[in-house]
Ligand binder design. Structure first.
Ligand SMILES: [Zn+2]
Length: 541
């Protein structure tokens, strides 16, 4: 059991991560840079100092990154095995200045093989492999049964005839990476319900939606699920020489699920009832409120006209009649924070010096005000050694158009035109509309990185304070889908090299401690890896 007694109380009331000697949080030069940024942001700080002054322009505060600062790349294990470990590491180090591999240990969710070859980079010097529907493992570490003896959930067994079934990629990459001075981090996502079916007894851990049906992912309050993830982490960090981990989940709170995605809100399982009761929240009444709100959303979507009182007015009616709706959205996300702290503690129990980072998805960094306000960066920083916001500024253009504006047009912002909604969006996000794309331009152009990437990085740095490093993930060549295009019909959305360069520079201007190439290595064209590396080198000069 770790001793928390010597730590300062946190603003969130949640437990704080243990500090270890080997976990670099801030060097002296970074502290002075942060001090300048914190001063910069102090005037406009709200949400537990989560928001810097939006008038802030890049300043001398954005000092040069240290030479050994993290330059990561997100990748799938089968990329290493397909391209060849030596070839792949050389390519990344030579062209992109990469010193840290961030590699999936499990691909139940993420590192997907259901992408068409047309969206994969053709120029890595190795022919593109058609992963589509190929049988490969979803578990890329060799788990030991003894760690799962108390777990109802069990990982999918790897079948001997699957491709790469006999490989142990994290053992194989350890020495080649060490020789090159590169670090190896695990990358882990909580599975969604659709992919989690491969895990034995996963149904016992799936959330319950407002109508009693299975929800979109596991429930954080489910003890079976927590036990399973704890065992997974402990086994991995006991067995492999991992330097750290980047992990997270891409699932919002119940109100986000309903208002942004039109999905049935969750979770209302018996474990959530126990948790809600412990924080004096009446989950039965929350469920009643969510059920009424969900029925209203469904009904007005089917009607051509908004209700006579207006959509937002009616939503406000439900939020006031049932304050438990907002209460449960907040508490459900807080229960995820408790879960996260428990898992981080298990990781540090096995590997006290493991450097733990949080995957912060594009919904949070892009548009979801409910999640941004519930769990600001300052609270995240209490739990993790580094924060990794998804600053996928190029693909964010089409995503804002199709994932946000279009859905809101058929939802809570039905009465606004797309142009009005975009003006509101830019204003609420603290972005400069005069520098950002118009609604028509969004579908084929990215966000202005000097505005979006710099400001979101600054916001994260100010929120993290001296609690955690900030390593933005710069997305490029991320395939496009959304609107009328389904996932399987995704198309390329090639990022110009000059844009990649600007986005990386913009992150450093915002005070980033390092950067990460994202989204997936197998999508990144060589010319963009080179532009990424050039920006890293130029930022150091
Ligand atoms: Zn639950």
């Amino acid at each position: 059991m770790l001793d928390h007694s010597s730590r300062k109380p946190t603003t969130s009331g949640l437990t704080q991560k243990p500090k270890t000697d080997a976990v670099k949080v801030c060097s002296q030069s970074e502290i002075s840079r942060r001090s300048a940024l914190l001063t910069l942001g102090a005037a406009g700080a709200t949400l537990a100092s989560a928001r810097p002054s939006v008038a802030a322009e890049p300043t001398a505060a954005a000092a040069k990154p240290e030479r050994d600062a993290m330059v990561g790349v997100q990748m799938a294990p089968f990329n290493l095995l397909h391209e060849g470990i030596e070839h792949c590491l050389d390519l990344l180090q030579t062209n992109a200045e990469v010193n840290t591999l961030i590699c999936y240990t499990h691909t139940y969710y993420g590192g997907s093989t259901d992408k068409p070859t047309r969206v994969l980079a053709p120029d890595h010097g190795v022919s593109v492999d058609d992963y589509f529907d190929r049988k490969m493992p979803d578990v890329w570490v060799k788990h030991r049964e003894s760690y799962f003896k108390d777990s109802r959930l069990k990982h999918e067994p790897v079948q001997p005839d699957w491709k790469f079934a006999d490989r142990d990629v994290f053992q194989e990459v350890a020495e080649p990476a060490r020789k090159r001075g590169m670090k190896v981090y695990a990358r882990f996502f909580d599975p969604k319900a659709s992919n989690g079916k491969k895990i034995k007894n996963f149904h016992d851990a799936v959330a319950v939606d407002v109508f009693g049906q299975p929800g979109g992912g596991p429930c954080w309050n489910n003890p079976h699920y927590r036990q399973f993830v704890r065992a997974t982490m402990q086994d991995m960090f006991d067995a492999y020489p991992l330097d750290g981990i980047l992990w997270g989940v891409e699932l919002g709170g119940p109100l986000s699920e309903l208002l942004y995605w039109g999905r049935e809100p969750y979770c209302f399982c018996k474990y959530c009832e126990e948790y809600a009761s412990s924080v004096n929240l009446d989950l039965k009444r929350a469920r009643q409120g969510y059920a009424e709100l969900t029925k209203f959303v469904r009904t007005f979507k089917q009607n051509a006209k908004p209700p006579i009182d207006g959509v937002m007015t009616t939503i406000f009616h439900f939020l006031q009649k049932y304050p438990e709706i907002l209460g449960w959205n907040y508490q459900f996300l807080m229960s995820a924070e408790h879960y996260r702290r428990e898992i981080n503690q298990a990781i540090h129990g096995s590997a006290p010096n493991a450097h733990i980072g949080r995957h912060i998805d594009n919904q949070i960094t892009g548009w979801d005000l409910l999640q941004r306000s519930a769990i600001p960066y300052s609270v995240m920083a209490e739990a993790d050694d580094f924060l990794r916001p998804s600053l996928y500024s190029h693909i964010l253009g089409p995503r804002v158009r199709w994932f946000y504006l279009e859905r809101m047009k058929h939802g809570a912002l039905q009465e606004l035109t797309i142009d009005q909604s975009l003006d509101l969006y830019y204003a609420m996000m603290g972005l400069d509309a005069s520098r950002q794309p118009t609604a028509e331009e969004l579908d084929h152009t990215g966000m202005n990185p000097e505005d979006y990437v710099t400001r979101e990085t600054q916001r994260c740095v100010v929120g993290a304070g001296d609690q955690a490093d900030v390593i933005p993930a710069i997305g490029f060549d991320v395939p496009k889908w959304g609107g009328d295009t389904e996932w399987a019909e995704m198309s390329t959305f090639r990022t110009p090299p000059e844009y990649v360069y600007r986005a990386v520079r913009a992150a450093y201007e915002g005070g980033a401690d390092g950067v990460m190439a994202a989204r997936e290595y197998d999508e990144m064209r060589l010319e963009n890896l080179k532009a990424f590396g050039r920006a890293v080198r130029d930022s150091r000069q």
